[in-house]
Write a protein that binds this ligand. Structure first.
Ligand code: CA
Ligand code: CA
Length: 145
């Protein structure tokens, strides 16, 4: 992978934001993407820290989902909030993770992120269906470290 700036074009970012909007029409879950170059911390720990930093626990059903990517570390993690962990099986994110990994291995980052987001939306639909009075509880903008 490459530096954060080279990682995605402006067009790619817009396509990712559109994917988040689309996924959030399937589920009340709120999906965010955070991209940074590198972290000295263990990837999952760092993802949890970013989750807190972005105040992603600020959802009514505690169903925020973060896709954390460290471009230079060649690492990514998906983590969901407490409300999700309480109701799904331990391997819930495996399918989303594998989908993303398949694209990333080919160097196709934009499509990997989009596929992961749409997959997460589909997965969450069963447990957290879209509500008629849904609001956009967490920003769809990509967060950059
Ligand atoms: Ca929402
Ligand atoms: Ca959102």
């Amino acid at each position: 992978m490459s530096t954060v700036k080279e990682f995605l074009s402006e067009q790619d970012e817009l396509a990712i934001i559109e994917a988040i909007k689309k996924a959030e029409l399937n589920t009340s879950g709120e999906i965010r993407v955070h991209i940074e170059a590198s972290s000295k911390k263990e990837t999952y720990q760092r993802a949890l820290e970013v989750f807190e930093g972005l105040k992603m626990y600020n959802t009514q059903q505690r169903n925020g989902v973060l896709l954390y990517i460290a471009t230079e570390d060649h690492k990514f993690v998906i983590c969901g909030d407490k409300g999700i962990d309480d109701v799904v099986a331990d391997d819930f994110w495996d399918c989303t993770r594998d989908t993303i990994a398949t694209y990333f291995k080919e160097g196709n980052f934009k499509d990997g992120i989009i596929a992961g987001i749409l997959n997460a939306g589909e997965q969450l639909k069963k447990y957290f269906p879209y509500q008629a009075d849904d609001t956009d509880e967490l920003s769809n903008e990509i967060s950059k470290g």
